[in-house]
Design a protein around this ligand. Structure first.
Ligand code: AMP
Ligand code: MG
Length: 454
């Protein structure tokens, strides 16, 4: 075991996650750029977005029916004179469209409440009262509902003032903050940006994340593997996870289990904003990743976490000193020296493909999100009822591939059958991980268990 591993140590899952979060808070995102609104999907806002006017911009009806004065409905049924109609997009000028005592105006969902009205009665709670008030049947032809079917409407149910419309500015006032800087743009955020007229949005440039797979047995995916070789699936799963987390993956060549070449590739990876390594972090004789990082004066924050899968996971950084290019001649004095490059973080993820994927989600993702400019998000576990009993050993927090199934309120979760951390097929069948605390040996069917979606 390397001396590094013994100094940095193995920490609990929660300690490991906190350590990443603490470091993630200190990183600065790249510069901003402006992109077309839809190209902003999945990107992180570099500036806040504020309301350009009141929302809603007018008292907006939320039902089809009649705009009324609630006080007119003290006695039900009530008959009101119809004095107009407002449809969505109409602006009811007070001079021509005002609701006075005893009157109503036909109104459609999304239309502006006319002056004098303080509520909307749903059309379902009204009936045409034309026959009683208009002797001329030609004026009262009522087939189905039309707000101007007759000159009078019978209101069958009372409403309180304020019902069935949203007053101007109650969702947001002009200039009010709608989206924070650091917010990742999803469809709801895109809707907000669109509603305030942002056809382009300011977003952070994507951080570049180097992906470096290690192992003498690992070959490129288009090679024909010899009997004991395996194809490099990790670089691809990681690149996919990096993209999904909002960064740009940079896949490096496969590093053999050989110090010199590994060091060259690690140095290449450290030119990116973050370096993800896979493999070579366990206890084997040829697990050289930590040793080579040690040669590069890396600082290690943890060299293992009490989890399964993924126990050998490593987190650290190469400081400015290790990365600065040493000038060969006429070394300038400390004062004249250009600013040191920022320190670069790295994760050494275990090579077993399921361990690689799980440890990425648990530890690498928050760092990538921070580099992408996102406000750090807590790791959220959902809960579901366990379908069949789980027996396991104590000591590690486990994130076991599982299948959440059922429909509507009847979701239940069960472990996927798997052959351990190398079983990608089991992970592909799974849609979540059941989280088992380190002190549990047996969890009975029917118990509510925490789970992490994937
Ligand atoms: P290691 O962490 O290097 O001890 O590797 C653990 C296991 O993961 C071994 O069975 C490796 O063959 C496998 N493995 C390592 N790297 C990769 C990779 N890039 N793609 C797929 N499997 C890998
Ligand atoms: Mg290896």
């Amino acid at each position: 075991m390397s001396s590094i591993a013994s100094t940095a140590g193995i920490v609990s899952f929660e300690q490991a996650r906190r350590l990443v979060e603490v470091h993630a808070v200190g990183v600065s995102p790249a510069q901003a750029e402006s992109v077309e609104l839809l190209d902003g999907l999945g990107r992180v806002l570099a500036e806040e977005i504020v309301a350009d006017r009141d929302f809603p911009p007018f008292d907006r009806a939320t039902r089809d029916g009649y705009a009324v004065r609630a006080a007119d409905l003290a006695k039900i049924p009530a008959r009101l004179e119809i004095v107009g109609e407002v449809k969505a997009g109409d602006w009811p000028e007070p001079s021509s469209c005002t609701v006075r005592p005893g009157q109503a105006v036909g109104i459609m969902t999304g239309a502006s409440l006319p002056t004098g009205a303080d509520a909307v009665v749903m059309v379902e709670h009204t009936a045409s009262a034309a026959q009683e008030f208009h002797p001329d049947p030609a004026q009262n032809a009522t087939s189905g509902w039309s707000p101007l079917a007759g000159r009078f409407v019978e209101i069958q149910r009372a409403v309180a003032a304020g019902e069935n419309f949203v007053p101007r500015g109650t969702e947001a006032r002009a200039a009010q903050l709608l989206l924070n800087r650091g917010r990742r743009l999803d469809h709801a955020a895109i809707a907000i940006a669109a509603s305030v007229g942002k056809s382009r949005v300011p977003v952070f440039r994507k951080p570049r994340v180097a992906v470096l797979s290690t192992g003498d047995e690992v070959v490129e995916i288009d090679a024909t593997p010899r009997p004991a070789q395996i194809r490099n699936s990790n670089s691809y799963s990681l690149a996919a996870q990096v993209s999904a987390a909002g960064a740009e993956p940079v896949r490096l060549a496969i590093a053999p289990d050989e110090r010199r070449r590994l060091r060259v590739l690690i140095e290449e990876g450290l030119e990116c904003d973050l370096l993800l390594l896979t493999g070579g972090v366990s206890m084997g004789k040829y697990d050289l990743v930590e040793q080579v990082l040690g040669q590069l004066k890396a600082e290690f924050y943890f060299t293992g976490a009490q989890i399964q899968p993924g126990k050998p996971v490593v987190f650290g950084s190469c400081g400015a000193g290790a990365l600065a290019r040493v000038p060969s001649t006429n070394s300038p004095s400390a004062r004249e020296r250009p600013p040191a490059p920022p320190k670069k973080y790295f994760f050494g993820l275990p090579g077993n493909p399921v361990s690689t994927m799980v440890t990425f989600e648990l530890f690498a993702r928050p760092m990538i999100e921070a580099l992408a400019g996102m406000t750090p998000q807590p790791l959220l576990f959902l809960r579901a009822r366990l379908k069949s009993e789980i027996r396991t050993k104590t000591g590690l927090k486990r994130f076991l591939p599982a299948v959440l199934s059922g429909e509507f309120e009847n979701a239940e979760v069960e472990l996927a059958r798997w052959q351990g951390s190398g079983d990608i097929a089991a992970l592909a069948r799974a849609n979540c991980y059941v989280v088992i605390p380190p002190d549990r040996e047996r969890i009975e069917a029917g118990e509510w268990v925490p789970l992490l979606m994937r």
